[in-house]
Design a protein around this ligand. Structure first.
Ligand code: FAD
Ligand code: SF4
Length: 397
């Protein structure tokens, strides 16, 4: 049986009814398609194979003795950037949407996999294959919930498209890379964002209700480099809540189990990554992983202000101290949380050191979660680079 026939046969399994990763499923969408046939190999939560896929995608896996590679993955260059003319309503300045629009209008691709929101709910994801710049711009801003972006994969084959851009987060891209050569494409471009602490739609509501003064008017939010969550409201106001004041005891179960076991914060397998956490406040952080990523970035260089990445401060003590505090669900009174936020913003880690702070905090937390809840997965599921990062810290049992 050919690969095409065998994956189509898998459609006979009731589509959408199966999630082999069970509670660890991140709803990436692969299992809503006949590519479910490849799930045991492709699913990021069943078969962790980042080093192998780095080699097939970028020509090498990360060099664990190189600190930047260890933390940020295979790359040719990193920089801070912002659009000279930001796109209003984008998550940051809209670099992701701009690259996608240029790739479409300049004819590099025929379609763009991205995620709009449903008509009824601004945070309910609706993946699409965009074929116009209006559709791409309709997908701007994060849908901060698990999103089945790969659920549109079958449409690629039926549409006859040969050149495609996929925008997505790490778990989606890991599964995509595994099935990439089965999609009948001549060229696939992957534009990734970092991702951490994602939630189901109901988990998101709990987070917003517990943390914001006006959950119904929020249009976007971000865990910012100034150690505060910034909630952007409909009327343009920004509400800031210090990380250290979050009601950790109430929010402990809010993050999806998939995200509590994820070690691909930086989207290792994308050609180009656009985030914010390695950049100064107000700037976006760009990681060019390979020649394809460089080609994508070059399309928009004239629309960007850029500056080299920078790094200052020392994250180590802050990470070590946060491990038992998170573990015990400690919540500071708001005045103390605000004070701590102000102090740490002044003297705390900045630029790439802030990114390392965030990676270390999440990897240590997730390592403990896997060890306690899925001890049988620990050896194979935690990539070697993450083990090396976690080994710098003393963890509770
Ligand atoms: P825009 O031009 O506004 O475009 C946003 C793009 O994101 C759209 O193309 C849309 O299709 C896509 N998208 C929206 N929601 C999802 C989703 N749920 N799954 C997949 N794709 C989606 N960056 C960091 O540096 N550190 C972080 O911790 C971090 N966490 C993130 C968590 C989530 C759930 C997401 C989606 C992104 C996260 N990012 C993080 C990336 C960052 O928030 C911005 O998305 C990125 O910098 C691009 O901004 P922009 O203005 O260029 O994007
Ligand atoms: Fe399937 Fe994706 Fe869920 Fe894994 S994460 S079980 S590939 S839908």
């Amino acid at each position: 049986m050919t690969a095409t026939n065998s994956h189509k046969k898998a459609k006979a399994l009731k589509v959408g009814s199966r999630r082999p990763a069970k509670e660890l499923c991140s709803e990436c969408g692969l299992c809503d398609t006949y590519y479910i046939h490849y799930v045991k190999q492709a699913c990021a939560f069943i078969n962790q194979q980042i080093a192998e896929l780095e080699t097939s995608t970028h020509g090498r896996s990360r060099d664990l003795d190189n600190q930047d590679d260890l933390y940020f993955g295979v790359h040719q260059e990193m920089m801070s950037a912002k659009k000279k003319q930001p796109i209003e309503g984008a998550q940051w300045t809209g670099i992701v949407s701009t690259i996608a629009c240029e790739m479409l209008t300049q004819g590099l691709v025929e379609g763009v996999v991205c995620v709009q929101n449903s008509e009824e709910d601004r945070f309910q994801p609706k993946p699409i294959i965009a074929t116009t710049t209006e559709d791409i711009l309709g997908a701007k801003v994060n849908k901060p919930t698990l999103s089945p972006n790969l659920s549109v994969l079958e449409q690629i084959e039926t549409s006859g498209m040969k050149r495609l851009l996929v925008i997505g987060v790490g778990c989606q891209i890991q599964a995509l890379r595994e099935v990439e050569d089965k999609l009948g494409l001549e060229k696939l471009y992957v534009l990734g964002t970092p991702c951490v602490d994602n939630v189901t739609r109901s988990g998101l509501q709990k987070f917003l209700d517990t943390t914001s003064k006006s959950p119904d008017t929020i249009v976007a939010y971000e865990f910012m480099q100034d150690f505060r969550v910034h909630f952007r409201h409909e009327d343009g106001t920004v509400e800031k809540v210090p990380f250290f004041g979050l009601k950790t005891n109430k929010l402990k179960d809010v993050f999806a189990p998939s995200c509590m076991t994820c070690f691909d914060y930086v989207n290792s397998l994308a050609d180009l990554v656009v985030g914010y956490m390695g950049a100064p406040f107000g700037w976006q952080w760009i990681v060019v992983r390979n020649d394809t990523g460089k080609q994508m970035l070059d399309l928009v260089q004239d629309q960007l202000n850029t500056q080299p990445v920078d790094s200052s401060g020392d994250r180590s003590n802050a990470v070590q101290n946060s491990i038992p505090a998170y573990d015990k669900g400690v919540t500071l009174p708001m005045w103390a949380a605000k004070l701590m936020g102000v102090v740490i913003e002044k003297v705390g880690p900045k630029g790439l050191e802030y990114a390392r702070f965030s990676i270390d905090s999440h990897f240590t937390r997730n390592y403990l979660y896997v060890k306690r809840n899925y001890p049988e997965k620990l050896a194979n599921h935690v990539p070697e680079y993450a083990e090396k990062i976690v080994s710098q810290y003393t963890l509770p049992d």
